[in-house]
Design a protein around this ligand. Structure first.
Ligand SMILES: C[S@@+](CC[C@H](N)C(=O)[O-])C[C@H]1O[C@@H](n2cnc3c(N)ncnc32)[C@H](O)[C@@H]1O
Length: 463
């Protein structure tokens, strides 16, 4: 991933282990056409047991460089990178000044660091507030880069979103320009042996206060020999200019591209299916006096996301924090819908949830009522304010819960909110295809794999 390098490269490999990354960097510089004539590598590694292997790797690097006409020198520091560099960066009169590097390659250690740990104190002393060792490493490495110095690192994806990593993202994006991100789409493949279950990325960044106009996003499954798909995105698709949280969005291009292909083949709009989607009309805090914790005479069911239970609505919910019912009277009737088969989707999902779009069927055969309240955190699909024909509703259930739709949705929606307008803008399968998917009620109990198979079969998508 490195771009053009200077003739003499000062290389940093912090947390070098056995030196695999320095060795890869050396291979890169030894290839034909490289201008690099001299590499001075500085390595940090705490683990005493690995130093012998590291020494052998570096000797082998020196030999390869010699054959390629490159001078290779190195220093191995068996010291704590965090503690040493934090001390050197404080500008303490008695500490050695920090070194500068033209290139850094890193696969830093991943471990949570407690608020009172030595690492946390050290990082805090140079203004870095972060809760994981790997972001501590990256924050320090970034500061050690010369102007236009380059960093290539493999890390978990976790720093790209969430409030905890926000200060880290702000500092990173202030000082380095992102050039490329590669996403391993499988959470399992890269670190299978280590039982580390997380998505990992490799990113390339350059020390500079400017972000590029466009950047390359690539992705692969993480399996050996997996195909790599690449797409260029405007930088504003990756970090939205108006996003104060500075989330770094990474479209998973391989899956997204095939989802787009499948969706492009669909010809129906929601309107052409005779179906509408609206946001639940009961805004609970405005109707507080009409809400009831449990159903009682004169009330009708009030549905919230908490009533979703697998494919179907389970109502009433015992010991629910949300009210189960709403009074049915002159005042509330305008906010209610007549009983019928409705397909409901959550408007908000947590990032932990597997899909952005979560759909669930309301079946009047399971819940006896003449009218219903649908709360504002839900969207509902209906026909002119009435229920849907059952097989159509179940077909929509399968389609909206499919991985294809989820991937398609993620391409353009960086956030976890799904509005009725987003659902109106989607393209849908034909009535016939939806009904065919929905004719078997067992669809509601299918696992994800089963839903995806069913949808792929009816949309004629190769899986
Ligand atoms: C995830 S491993 C990566 C090893 C190697 N870079 C690779 O990619 O194969 C992280 C390495 O950092 C070392 N390490 C952990 N904490 C460290 C610290 N505070 N200072 C220096 N090295 C550290 C570990 O011993 C381990 O070898």
């Amino acid at each position: 991933m490195f771009g053009p390098l200077p003739g003499a490269v000062r290389l940093l490999d912090a947390g070098s282990g056995a030196g695999a990354l320095t060795s890869a960097f050396v291979s890169h510089c030894c290839r034909k056409g490289s201008d690099v004539r001299c590499i001075d590598a500085t390595l940090y590694e705490l683990d005493e047991d690995i130093l012998g292997t590291l020494g052998a790797t570096l000797q082998e690097c020196e030999d390869r460089c010699a054959n390629a006409g490159i001078l290779f020198t190195y220093t191995v520091n068996q010291t704590d990178f965090i503690l040493e560099m934090s001390a050197r960066l404080t500008g303490d009169l008695f500490a050695k000044p920090p070194p500068l590097f033209d290139a850094a390659i890193a696969n830093p250690p991943y471990r949570k660091i407690g608020t009172e740990s030595a690492e946390r104190h050290a990082l805090r002393s140079v203004g870095i507030e972060t809760s994981n060792l790997y972001t501590g490493f990256i924050a320090l490495i970034q500061r050690l880069l010369a102007p236009q110095g380059q960093l290539v690192a493999i890390t978990p994806r976790s720093f790209c979103n969430g409030p905890y990593f926000r200060p880290f993202r702000e500092e990173l994006l202030r000082h380095v320009g992102l050039r490329r991100i590669h996403l391993f789409e499988s959470r399992q493949a890269a670190f299978r042996e280590d039982h580390v279950l997380q998505e990992n990325i490799i990113f390339h960044a350059i020390k500079s206060s400017e972000q590029p106009r466009e950047m390359l996003i690539s992705s692969s499954s993480g399996e050996h020999d997996g195909d790599i798909s690449e797409t260029i995105f405007p930088f504003t698709d990756i970090v939205h200019p108006s996003d104060a949280g500075k989330f770094i969005h990474i479209p998973a291009t391989a899956k997204h591209a095939s989802a787009k292909h499948a969706m492009d083949g669909l010809g129906s709009s929601l309107a052409s299916l005779g179906v509408s989607v609206s946001t639940g009309r009961v805004v609970d805090f405005r109707l507080r006096g009409a809400l009831r914790k449990e159903p009682e005479p004169g009330t009708v069911p009030l549905l919230y996301p908490c009533h979703f239970n697998g494919g179907a609505v389970h109502w009433p919910k015992a010991e629910s924090r949300k009210p189960n019912a709403i009074l049915h009277n002159e005042e509330t009737r305008q906010w209610l819908v007549p009983a019928g088969v409705y397909l409901l989707t959550k408007r908000f999902t947590s990032t932990a949830e597997r899909r952005r779009l979560v759909a669930c069927l309301f079946d009047p055969e399971q819940v006896t009522a003449n009218w219903l309240g649908i709360e504002n955190h839900l969207n509902y699909f209906h026909t002119d304010g009435h229920g849907l024909e059952r097989s159509l509703a179940v077909g929509l259930y399968a389609f909206l819960n499919s991985t294809i739709v989820d991937q398609y949705f993620r391409r353009f929606s960086g956030h976890t909110q799904v509005n009725a307008t987003d659902l109106r803008a989607l393209k849908y399968p034909s009535q016939a295809a939806l009904r065919a998917m929905g004719c078997d009620p067992a669809v509601l109990t299918l696992p994800q794999e089963g839903i995806d198979e069913l949808v792929a079969k009816h949309l004629h998508v190769r899986r």
